[in-house]
Design a protein around this ligand. Structure first.
Ligand code: GDP
Ligand code: MG
Length: 163
């Protein structure tokens, strides 16, 4: 069985860009505005001879209670339920937000393996800004650049290690 990896995080942090890189597809919709990818989206990923299934999600707003945003939260929770591991994506350029903390709290409650990917970190992998993400209590933050392909292999090595 291929492990299933869900990409979770608030809108616009770069989940779809990461999905495209992991699956080498251009299928996920990458938007310059928040929240366009509203459905779950599956792709085949590969690292060397290891294969996995990747799920892109539309974003996560756990406190929202209406409309499309509620639907996005529901889809994301279903993706997490289906997943063997979660990559929780945050944005180093926006920094840590209350929203990220809410997502972290949710992810802790579901008892899945979670890896924290700090995206948009091109040229910033040594940045002191990385340290603040320790606060999320999700282990060592992995600096990555989904757009430029940096840090992806080391992140995936950690994610796929138990499988
Ligand atoms: P999603 O809403 O989480 O799926 O985010 P998207 O993948 O749609 O990306 C949102 C925006 O962030 C787009 O403008 C991307 O080009 C940009 N982006 C994604 N990854 C990176 C990255 O590694 N570095 C930088 N600088 N921008 C990125
Ligand atoms: Mg997206």
């Amino acid at each position: 069985m291929k492990p299933v990896i869900a990409l979770v995080g608030r809108p616009n942090v770069g989940k779809s860009t990461l999905f495209n890189r992991l699956t080498k597809s251009r299928d996920a919709i990458v938007a310059d505005f928040a929240g366009l990818t509203r459905d779950r989206h599956y792709g085949d990923g590969r690292l060397g001879d290891r294969e996995f299934i990747c799920i892109d999600t539309g974003g996560f707003e756990p406190d929202s209670s209406t409309g499309i945003v509620k639907e996005m939260a529901k889809q994301t929770k279903q993706a997490v339920a289906e997943a063997d591991a979660v990559i929780f994506v945050v944005d180093i350029r926006l920094g840590l937000s209350a929203h990220d903390s809410d997502i972290a709290r949710y992810l802790r409650s579901v008892n899945k393996r979670v890896h924290l990917a700090v995206n948009k970190a091109e040229g910033m992998s040594e940045s002191p800004l990385l340290a603040e993400f320790h606060e999320l209590g999700m282990g060592e933050p992995h600096p990555i650049s989904s757009a430029h392909g940096q840090g992806i292999r080391s992140l995936l090595d950690a994610v796929l290690e138990p499988f």
